[in-house]
Design a protein around this ligand. Structure first.
Ligand SMILES: [Zn+2]
Length: 314
């Protein structure tokens, strides 16, 4: 909102200062001015534009017409208010221009195309592995690929709302791939500030909790590994405090793990972490992963961890 009809009437202001204001006349004036608020764009606006422009730098909040109107009856106190000098331009968004790649694990069509999924692709350091896998599922059949895609879409929305440019490695849950080496290349080609793969684990033993997984050594070198480690710490902190999941009780160390066999991490030249959000074979973890509330909490935790990392200037 840029105009406040309630402030556009110098004749009203003059008449107020000339009056001895009784309770009756004040309420009548307020009623009149409030009617003017509702009638934004009424003919009175046009001849008073120069006055309105002149007052722009002195105006109070545009959103509070009623208080502005009341303030007029008290004349100059409104113009002297500290808030009246507030600039109209918001501060720059530190997240603007940041690029984040979100990588939902697996895909809904992988199981139906074993030839494509089993094709060998580079996994880094001269080795090869399968393009992808079908992923795991809960004991009731709830699939990891569906979970990962849903959380990733929620995460995309949260980051986009903050001004981050988000690139998804897949945009539906019915296709095949992309292969893990391509998922890494998407982040590399985008020169992403951060990349996060979203998965759920399928451990059949007794155990639950999230894992923050980093490559033991990435194609980006030691500097990139240090940055990935920081991203992992930021994600660990937010997952621990916000997601409702504990660090994994059955693998790694306090929810952290370094691996050499994950192509999507090995081949990355940008800071990248794979998050196993929970163990889908554990009934407690699965119930949270299957609920929309639980998935939203995970997405919010991931978003906050990524934003913390981006705010650190990495
Ligand atoms: Zn997975």
């Amino acid at each position: 909102m840029t105009r406040r009809p309630g402030r556009q009437a110098p004749s009203t202001r003059t008449s107020i200062s000339a009056l001895s204001i009784s309770a009756l006349s004040l309420s009548a004036l307020l009623a009149s001015a409030l009617t003017g608020c509702a009638a934004q764009g009424a003919p009175v606006a046009a001849p008073q534009t120069p006055v309105a422009a002149g007052e722009a730098s002195l105006s109070a909040s545009d959103s509070d017409m009623a208080s502005t109107t009341a303030g007029q009856s008290a004349s100059a106190s409104v113009a002297a208010s500290p808030s009246s000098a507030a600039p109209s331009t918001p501060p720059p968004n530190p997240l603007a221009g940041k690029v984040v790649v979100i990588d939902p694990g697996h895909n809904g069509g992988n199981a139906a195309d074993p030839a494509a999924v089993n094709a060998l692709v580079p996994m880094g350091f001269g080795q090869y592995k399968a393009c992808d896998t079908t992923g795991t599922e809960g004991n009731d059949g709830y699939s990891e690929h569906a979970f990962a895609f849903d959380v990733s879409e929620r995460l995309e929305a949260l980051l986009s709302a903050r001004g981050v440019k988000v690139i998804m490695t897949r945009t539906n849950d019915t296709g095949v791939g992309p292969c893990v080496n391509v998922r890494a290349a998407i982040g590399n080609n985008a020169h992403a500030n951060a990349a996060v793969s979203v998965h759920g684990d399928g451990y059949d033993g007794n155990g639950h909790g999230f894992q923050i997984i980093q490559a033991s050594s990435s194609a980006g070198g030691a500097g990139n590994d240090t940055a990935s480690n920081q991203l992992g710490q930021d994600l660990h902190a937010s997952m621990l405090s916000e997601s409702g999941f504990t660090p994994a009780t059955y693998i790694g160390s306090d929810g952290y793990e370094a691996r050499t066999d994950l192509a999507g991490l090995n081949l990355s030249t940008v800071p990248k972490i794979l998050v196993e959000c929970g163990n889908m074979r554990d009934s407690g973890d699965l119930s949270r992963m299957e609920s929309s509330t639980g998935r939203q909490r995970i997405a919010q935790a991931l978003a906050d961890g990524i934003i913390a990392f981006l705010a650190g200037g990495k």
